[in-house]
Design a protein around this ligand. Sequence first.
Ligand code: NAD
Ligand code: G6P
Ligand code: MN
Length: 440
Amino acid sequence: MKQQVVTIAGGGSSYTPGIIQAILDNQNDFAVSEFRLYDIDAQRNDDMYTIIKWMLNKQRFNIGLTQTNDPEVAFTGADFVFSQIRVGGIEMRKVDEKVPLKYGLVGQETCGLGGFSYGLRTIGPMIELVGFVQRYAPDAWILNYTNPESIVAETIRRTYPKAKMLNACDMTISIETTLCENYGYDRKNWIQTYYGLNHFGWYKSIFDTSLGRDVMPEILDKLKAAPLKEPEFHRGDKFWAEAYAMMSTIVTDFPDNIPNNYLEYYLYPDAVVEQSDIEFTRADAVELGREKEIKETAQRIRETGRNGELNHDFGAHGQYIVDMAVSILNNLHRRFMLIFPNMGAIPNLRQDAVVEVPAYVGATGAEPISLRQPIPDMHKGMMEAQVAAEKLLVDAYFDHSYQKALEAFTLNQTFTSARKAKQVLDALIEANGDYWPELR
Ligand code: NAD
Ligand code: G6P
Ligand code: MN
């Protein structure tokens, strides 16, 4: 098999070592001749270059490594592009989280008005990024992790409907790994059926092939009996411990399906706001954690040639997206949750919604499955409203429309108040400045 050239867009991300390590661990199925780190921030890219160079040397891999901010250098001849950019960086993530909170609304990276703030910032750069790949590497697969995934997928559905791009989220695999660690199942035996929007969905069944039955009912009973403990890869992270524990609250009130933990922002927004601290949100924790660790590690390697304590194990995150590439390259038809235009996958939901459903991935890309049954009204109602809100937001970008943006904000499923929607929209226009399109 040809040795692959892999470009990581957003090379400076702290997820890069986890993805690279997963590729290094899979050289039999995914042989690589060159890694390229592409980032608009030269300092962050150089920090990561230093760390990855150290990893390759330590493990004695003879694989090329390039860092660049030039798209032509980054993408020409690339076979895979792993996309994980954060438009506006951690500083703007703070804005996304804190401005809505100031008005008593959920402040979150991808959900609620914070997610919409991030979405309006990300649409332009993602169109540009996918455009670069179409120009310099039209045959490359783009495996996208960049958030907010629903807005990104809706944007690319409109602008590059034929792009070879798969949009993935690591949350379902994180939930499944956590369930398996807590309750003693093996995820390898699972055939999961799940549906929703990104960070907004429900399991329909989890068939365990070794047990020969759907284990979702017994898992629901266990979730109701006691909250989940956080998994190995998030051990000690208070934020994730709370997020997983929240799943028990959700199933106590809504007992029929295992939920995505992100539903807490839509089902219990008032409780989330009460528990939030505007002085120290998730972005502050990430800044003091991963961000600092990457900078310090790169500096230590430059000064001493030693890595020290960098933990590049991000659990399933890197492995999940690498498994997808392996499944494409080797035509394995493995099953993944991915984000697609609906087109009948969820029969009673509008066809042009972007939804997250299982799909089989092989040499021609992904083939989503159809549920072939309608979803319940509660889920459909929530999803229809949220889909409309997301579509209005993307309309607002293309039409430069303040009115569409206001409608999007008002319809967002984390609250109901046109007055607050307008206040937060105006505050976010101010805070995002040139990151946002002009809204008239
Ligand atoms: P980060 O800020 O640490 O890293 C992102 C990098 O992207 C930065 O180095 C930044 O300079 C670079 N960048 C920004 N704009 C760019 C552009 N236009 N072109 C090239 N590079 C650019 O962020 P992070 O916390 O590592 O997260 C990266 C992204 O991955 C975010 O969008 C995050 O939400 C997403 N993410 C998604 C999932 C998922 O489940 N889909 C999981 C984890 C992270
Ligand atoms: C999960 C979600 C991602 C999200 C991330 C945030 O992995 O699936 O979409 O970006 O969590 O994690 P962080 O540690 O940056 O808060
Ligand atoms: Mn996600």
